[in-house]
Structure formats: C-alpha cells, structure tokens
Design a protein around this ligand. Structure first.
Ligand code: PMP
Length: 390
C-alpha cells in the first residue's frame, strides 16, 4: 500500500545547493554571513504601528481580492514618483510576496511544453515555477562584459516556435547588474518582433547606484506585453510580511486573480495596511537605506578587488556582488565551502543561480560596515595564506 502517491513531476524534488550551505553555516559559531538575501534592517516602526492599529480597529476580515484600492492607488503614485511609469490601479494585483507573481503568470499562460527564456544567472525560483506549471525553461546565459545581461542576439538565438515568455530581472539577484536603456530597448525589440511576453522582475528597483532604473513597461509598445513585479520585501524591509504585487495587462490579470482566489483568497489585510503606510511616509528612510547599501557595496567591491584571485566588477544595484573567483583555481562550489570551513564566511556559489554562474560567488552586503570589515578581513587572510603556502 502506498497511499501517498507523489505526482511524477515532483518525484525528484530536491532542496537547492543554496539550502545545503545555509544549513552548514547555521551550525557555525561566530559566522560572518554574506549569504543572506534580505535587508538586515527591521521594518520601520511607523509601518508596524499602522498594521497594529488596523488590527486593533477590527480590520480582521477578508481583504478585497485584488488588494485595497487605496494601496493600489499608492503603488501607482510610487511608480510615477520614482520611475515616471504610468500605471492605473486597475492594472495592479497584490500577491503573497513578489515570489507568487511569476508563479501565477506561468500558471495562467503556459500550455504543456511552452518555453520560457530566463536571463541567467538568476533567482532560480523561476525555474521550478516554470517546471511545476508544465513549461520548459530555456536559460539564456549572460556575460560579465555585458553587465550580466544576455544581449538581444543571445535571446534571439534561443527562440523556438514554442517560446512564449522572456524573464528578466533588473536590478539583478544575484549579479547586482542594472540594465541600461539601450539593453532594455534591444530586448524589448526582440519581444515585439517575436510576439513574446516579458516578465520583468523589478523587486530591487529602489537600489540603483549607477544609472537609473528602467521599467520595461515604460518602453514603447511594452505595457501590453509586460508584467512588472514589484514588492516591499527589499525596498521597505518587509520580507516577513509576505506582500508584493504585479502590474500587468487586464487579460492576464483577470486569470491571475481567478487563480489566486482559490489559492490565497487575497493578501493579509495587516500587511496591506503596513504597505500602505510604507508608500505614504517612508521615501526618505528608503533613500537613506539605499545610500547605506551603496556605501557598503562600494567598500566591499574595493576589498574584494584587493584579494588574490578575486575580480569584482563595479557595483551597479541591488545589494549583491558577484565576483569572479576562477583565478583561485577552485570552482565556485569548492570556493564557497572552503571559505565557510576555513574562514567562517558564508557566501553562495554562483552555480546555485544557474550553470552560467560558474566561477563566481554571490556576496550579499546585508551586514553593517563592521560586520563586512570582519568578513573581508577573514576572507583576505584565508586567501593570502593560501597563496603564500601554495
Ligand atoms: N524576485 C527576486 C529577484 C528576488 O530576489 C526575490 C527574493 N529574494 C523575490 C523576487 C521574492 O521576494 P518576496 O517574495 O520576498 O517579495
């Protein structure tokens, strides 16, 4: 008897390589953790107070299914104010974290065997989400010399008659890359020429240190063929509140809303009230945090570039660095494990973000300056010692 008959497609489901290194890191005392992909700041107290007040006033019932109208209105104002993007409240749907957004979109759009091109290295939740929904992932590798974005030609070469969606993420996790206007325009042209839909994950839009954030949907002819993912986890340090949103064409939203009705039945009311306060009162604090991350990330890049065998491109955005460690002679997996074991510094191997991350590690600058200094002192020591004894 085998009453638990797992579906064929989930029979080989495995924890990611990232999880293994996190588990090993958790057992280490006095760890320098450069692995954590979330802000180290707590949610601001104004946001917490707004949510608590709503709870005390009886906002404890089901929410409107697409999100409170006043929150969707504030999201429109935010994108207009910061990125000059025109969106209407009717084009917005609240999601349970930004992570639910691509999942709903794949569910709504993919027929079995449909292909999804994903710019790589990337946040690999997209891979599993495509597969869970019957699609086929086509990773499109990028190169450091292109700021870690595939070129229009790279995408064009990967297109087949089954290609339906192209996924891009700027500012990028894990590379810290920020797409330029020219790059975004040329990718938009490919999407238009081949009638593709674009998922543009812009959850790190608040963290751009060099150049400016270009919303894909702001480019001519893109609004009707793009879904923008936004959120509060990174910009407003609200990872635990599990709230995000999409801006998308009506025909897609209609199906996504229906799907979310039977999955989540809306997004936590108190999180929505916190998010509303975040958009109304937190711009200055958000700017302050971006400045702090920029300071940290520039310091970190300088420290990395002074180490033997490590090359780190100029930081552009998000709070990640993606240095090349191939000159050390170790693979990225070997390097991250070696660094954890010899120097108590946790990083993530680049191949956790797809094959094209080989030879790189991801460093999250989510520690205060003194924590970063300690981590890089340890790392430099270990690398210098290794070079001297080699
Ligand atoms: N997109 C990217 C690129 C991310 O890095 C993350 C979180 N690490 C998410 C989406 C999801 O964020 P959340 O669900 O916390 O809003």
């Amino acid at each position: 008897m085998q009453p638990v008959k797992i579906a064929q497609r989930f029979q080989n489901i495995q924890p990611s390589g990232m999880l293994k290194i996190f588990q090993a890191a958790a057992a280490i005392d006095d760890l320098s953790n450069l692995g954590i992909g979330e802000p180290d700041f707590h949610t601001e107290h104004e946001i917490v107070d707004a949510a608590a007040k709503a709870a005390k006033e009886g906002m404890t019932h089901y929410p409107p299914l697409t999100g409170y109208p006043e929150l969707r209105q504030e999201i429109c104002a935010y994108w207009k104010r910061h990125h000059d993007l025109e969106v209407a409240p009717g084009e917005i749907h609240l999601t349970v974290g930004g992570i639910q957004a691509p999942h709903l979109c794949f569910q709504a759009m993919l027929d079995p065997g449909d292909e999804v091109m994903v710019a790589e290295p990337c946040f690999t939740a997209y891979f599993q989400q495509v597969e869970f929904n019957g699609g086929v992932v086509v990773p499109v590798p990028s190169r450091a010399e292109n700021g870690f974005f595939p070129t229009a030609e790279d995408f064009e070469k990967a297109i087949t008659p089954r290609t339906k969606i192209l996924v891009i993420n700027s500012p990028c996790n894990p590379t810290g890359g920020v797409i330029t206007l020219e790059q975004a325009q040329s990718i938009a042209e490919v999407a238009k020429k081949h009638d593709l839909f674009v998922i543009s994950d812009e959850i790190y839009e608040a963290f751009v240190f060099s150049g400016k954030h270009i919303p894909m949907a702001s480019l001519p002819g893109m609004k009707e063929r793009a879904m923008t993912i936004g959120g509060f986890s990174k910009s407003h340090c609200m990872t635990g509140w599990r709230i995000g949103y999409v801006m998308a064409p009506a025909a897609l939203l209609k199906v996504m809303v229906q799907l979310s009705v039977v999955q989540t039945f809306g997004v936590n009311v108190l999180s929505q009230m916190g998010a509303l306060e975040a958009l109304r009162s937190q711009d200055a604090k958000m700017r302050g945090r971006t400045e702090e991350y920029e300071k940290r990330i520039r310091y970190s890049a300088d420290r990395l570039n002074a180490m033997p065998g490590v090359r780190c491109p100029e930081p552009k955005g998000a709070f990640y660095l993606f240095p090349d460690i191939s000159e050390t002679g170790m693979t990225d997996e070997e390097f991250s494990w070696w660094l954890l074991e010899t120097a108590k510094v946790a990083t993530i191997p680049g191949t956790s973000f797809g094959k094209s991350g080989a030879g790189h590690i991801r460093i999250a600058c989510t520690l205060p300056m003194e924590g970063l200094k300690k981590a890089f002192d340890r790392m430099e020591n270990a690398l210098t010692h290794r070079t001297a004894s080699a």
